[in-house]
Design a protein around this ligand. Structure first.
Ligand code: F6R
Length: 603
């Protein structure tokens, strides 16, 4: 949610800033801007919409300078206009900001004499800092005082008139990394942004302020004390982003799923037993698993609930992070709290984690970004090993989250004495079969491409499933909404007749996810109820299921046969491909769908 970058360089920085912002565009693409310092004076360029508009502007109106900051915006306060675009400037101060300043109205009132130009909370930061400088404070002291007055979540980078060798960054609630170069220093929202410039990165801690010059960085903690933060080497692979010959990141990431899932499964269970490297979670005394996440990660938790309950006999709660802590749920002192997040920075999930601190026995997280806030604040962070996910619609991260959660449920089942070694080996063998089955399912792409031409004409669609396929119906609907903008809902198929069946008519495609599991016959009966009301059913099942379901369906997508327990992992593939190809037919922006951003660092 907003990406920020800063460079104290040896060369012209404008092109470097733009290239870096490209790597951050997944965090927001409502507007973009850069500010640089040339001959000691700040200047800036800003443009509404995708980064390409800023690049075009810079071709006609270049910006010289070897120090600069940049921003790609996901609008919170104030629409996507040039005036609201960052960097914000007040006198000799330029600022880029990711996060939300909750007390900006009070601060704005205190600065009422200043000529505010935007509707943003972020401009307040620049104006407050400028106000302190006008009172005679140095940039360092002005930033420290400014940052101390801010409430909310922020990662900020400052640049100052007349200070070509100074850039200041601060972090509270939103991520910020310092990059170490050779006679150059950088700031960035994540290591991915800094990847082409350096592999040496320091992650700021909550409350840190970093004072950068070209020769290094001084970091002060929230109490103003000198802080010694590690410089970490980031493997090149961890920051590599390209489409690998695919048209979209989403396509590349879907087709990476057999590989990344197989690596993930091998990490958690190299043999016939779950054996997690390093510290392993212990569910022996756990009386309840409380899982909290947002969006697709929340759907992964809903699927995993079936596994924890059925395999391990552990009661399981699953919550949407934005609702969780405000409900003030009681947490058992023997509970394992489990947070799932691809980015590891989702503000609501992080806040939910903090709510369970000192309440639950253990805090586990399942994350893709190992250095993320959620990972760092957990007792134990379990990697999903999906590699960088750039497409805003989560695909490979979802499948790997499910892979990790399945392993955790098997581990818990063993620790609770619910399964013996033979059953554990059998379950792991079923998991290990998945990458191959996913490859087969991906081969159905052309079939899905042709069939989605009809789906793309619909204005509304329903996804149905029972048992663990119910959350998969939610996932199918979420993916379709998110990238094709077709209104879609996921329902438990047995629930349809309690209201939603009123939506069914010839115009509403109904996609039924029906692997041959214990509930298959019931799902097919629910499908018949839809067809009896002229519903156009698209059945997703295996060859035997298709034969058993009988005639009358609008279309059938034949999937590889699979043992039912881990079928949700396989059925993620048609859900993704249906959304992807429908979006292609509609010509929407698959990797950067409107109104969305990948890392949601605001509440
Ligand atoms: C949907 C999607 C989002 C994320 C959600 C949580 O395709 O990607 O719903 O799953 O924003 O993000 P993380 O996993 O980073 O916490």
């Amino acid at each position: 949610m907003c990406g920020i970058v800063g460079v104290l360089g040896k060369h012209e920085v404008a092109p470097i800033l733009v290239e870096t912002l490209k790597r951050l565009e997944y965090r927001g693409y409502d507007s973009a801007g850069i500010a640089t310092l040339a001959d000691g004076r700040l200047d800036r360029r800003r443009a509404v919409g995708k980064l390409v508009n800023l690049s075009d502007l810079l071709v006609h109106d270049p910006l010289p300078g070897k120090s600069g900051i940049g921003h790609t915006r996901w609008a919170t306060h104030g629409g996507p206009t040039v005036a609201n675009a960052h960097p914000h400037r007040a006198g000799g101060v330029a600022v880029v900001h990711n996060g939300i300043i909750e007390n900006y109205k009070e601060l704005r009132a205190q600065l009422s004499g200043q000529p505010f130009e935007s509707e943003t909370d972020s401009e307040t930061i620049a104006r407050l800092c400028e106000h302190h400088i006008a009172q005679g404070l140095s940039p360092r002291d002005a930033v420290t005082r400014t940052v101390n007055a801010l409430e909310g979540a922020f990662a900020v980078a400052f640049l100052f008139d007349g200070e070509p060798d100074l850039m200041i960054g601060a972090r509270k609630g939103s991520p910020l990394a310092v990059g170490h170069g050779d006679g150059e220093m950088y700031l960035g929202s994540d290591a991915i942004a800094l990847g082409p410039m350096t592999d040496r990165v320091t992650y700021l801690e909550e409350g840190d302020i970093a004072f950068l010059t070209r020769s290094g960085v001084e970091i002060r903690d929230a109490d103003g004390k000198l802080a010694n933060r590690d410089v970490r080497m980031i493997a090149g692979q961890a920051t590599q982003i390209d489409k690998g010959g695919h048209k979209h990141f989403m396509a590349k990431e879907m087709f990476e799923q057999p590989t990344v899932l197989s690596e993930c499964l091998a990490y958690y269970a190299p043999g016939d037993t779950v054996a997690i490297p390093g510290q392993s979670p212990d569910f022996t005394d756990t009386d309840r698993v409380t899982m909290v996440a947002c969006g697709t990660a929340h759907i992964a938790c809903q699927v995993a609930k079936y596994w924890f309950e059925q395999l391990a006999g552990l009661p399981c709660d699953v919550d949407i992070a934005s609702e969780f802590r405000y409900r003030e749920p009681p947490i058992s002192g023997r509970a394992t709290a489990l947070f799932v997040s691809q980015s590891g920075e989702t503000a609501d999930t992080l806040a939910a984690l903090r709510y369970t601190r000192d309440k639950a026995a253990t805090i586990l997280s399942v994350v893709n970004v190992a250095e993320s806030s959620i990972a760092r604040e957990s007792d134990l962070a379990l990697p999903i090993m999906a590699g960088v996910e750039v497409g805003v619609a989560s695909t490979k991260a979802f499948v790997c989250q499910l892979g990790v959660l399945a392993n955790l449920a098997i581990l818990a089942a063993r620790q609770k004495g619910r399964i013996d070694a033979a059953r554990e080996a059998e379950l792991l063998a079923q998991l290990r079969a998945l990458p191959g089955l996913i490859s087969q399912a991906l081969m159905g792409e052309e079939q899905i491409r042709r069939r989605t031409a009809k789906l793309a004409q619909a204005t509304s669609a329903l996804f149905l499933g029972r048992g663990p396929m119910y959350p998969m119906a939610l996932e199918g609907a979420l993916k379709l909404k998110e990238i094709s903008y077709i209104h879609a809902e996921g329902y438990a198929s047995g629930e349809l007749k309690h209201g939603p069946i009123a939506l069914v008519d010839k115009a509403v495609p109904v996609i039924v996810l029906a692997p041959r599991d214990a509930l298959f016959d019931k799902t097919i009966s629910n499908m018949q109820e839809v067809m009896a009301r002229d519903g156009r059913v698209w059945l997703v099942t295996d060859a035997v299921g298709a034969a058993q379901a009988g005639d009358g369906v609008w279309d059938t997508l034949v999937m590889p046969a699979i043992d039912p327990i881990f079928a949700p992992i396989l059925y993620a593939i048609p859900a993704q491909l249906i959304a992807y190809h429908t979006a292609l037919h509609k010509g929407t922006d698959v990797d950067q769908p409107r109104n969305l951003a990948k890392s949601v660092t605001v509440e």
